[in-house]
Design a protein around this ligand. Structure first.
Ligand code: ZN
Length: 243
């Protein structure tokens, strides 16, 4: 049977966005899910989102927010909004759920496709890739021809050719054979590229097509959930702005 992959990441406890994305995956005939991490943080439905992701039974890698919530991470150096939501999330989850987050691997591979939250070079340090210099360091450690990642919440394609590393804006893209790709799938639950719509990626290994999808969801419901939980209002505001 032909397989269609959906790659979801930076869900960040946004159940409204996640449900819309999963409905779309059903329409797209997705057979396999991959998750690039940060299931929790920023939004106010961590347990609900974790349950859905776990039920997908798919590979999931550990994001920095998953790590902060599941570890004894000292929050003193954190931005106050980030610290507040990490602390709140810790209080919402059961010990078993926290253990699940703690046990997530930093790197996964399925059918030759690699997954990491940040970068393949020192994935446990959660470095950000915004340009082709930072992508170069990743490619030194990326053995698989195709790797999906997240972390910046900005969708992007990084391409490694013999001549160098190139950055390609997100677009429907047929992956040429013989090059390596490091693809940022954007964020389901808190996009930061100025477009508030939920982002995820579809990959068809038969045609080698990558498609970047954007979907409207009920931003207001997610905002109200944040405010009801007593989380910082700024976290609600930024959802509407895509930042
Ligand atoms: Zn994130």
């Amino acid at each position: 049977m032909a397989r269609i992959f959906a790659i979801l990441g930076d869900i960040h406890a946004n159940i409204e966005a996640l449900n819309v994305v999963l409905d779309d995956c059903r329409k797209e005939g997705v057979t396999d899910f991959l998750c690039t991490g940060d299931v929790v943080g920023y939004n106010a439905a961590p347990s609900e989102c974790m349950k859905i992701v776990r039920d997908l039974g798919c590979p999931v890698v550990k994001g920095n927010h998953d790590h902060y919530v599941a570890s004894e991470q000292n929050l003193e150096d954190f931005h106050p909004n980030a610290a507040a939501v990490v602390q709140w999330t810790r209080e919402q989850l059961t010990e078993e759920e926290i253990q699940w987050l703690f046990d997530l691997p930093f790197v996964e591979t399925k059918m030759g496709i690699a997954l990491v939250h940040s970068t393949m070079d020192r994935p446990e340090t959660f470095g950000y890739v915004f340009d082709h210099f930072q992508a170069e360091a990743n490619f030194i450690c990326q053995k698989a021809p195709l790797c999906f990642h997240g972390h910046t919440h900005v969708p992007m394609i990084y391409e490694k050719q013999v001549s160098g590393v190139y950055r390609i804006d997100p677009q429907d893209f047929k992956l040429p054979v013989g090059r390596k790709y490091f693809i940022n799938v954007g964020s389901v639950g808190q996009p930061r590229d100025g477009d508030p719509r939920a982002a995820y990626v579809i990959y068809d290994p038969t045609t080698r097509m990558v498609r970047f999808k954007r979907l409207e969801y009920d931003v207001q419901a997610a905002q109200e959930r944040i405010l009801r939980a007593g989380l910082p209002a700024r976290l609600a505001e930024r959802l509407a702005l895509g930042e």
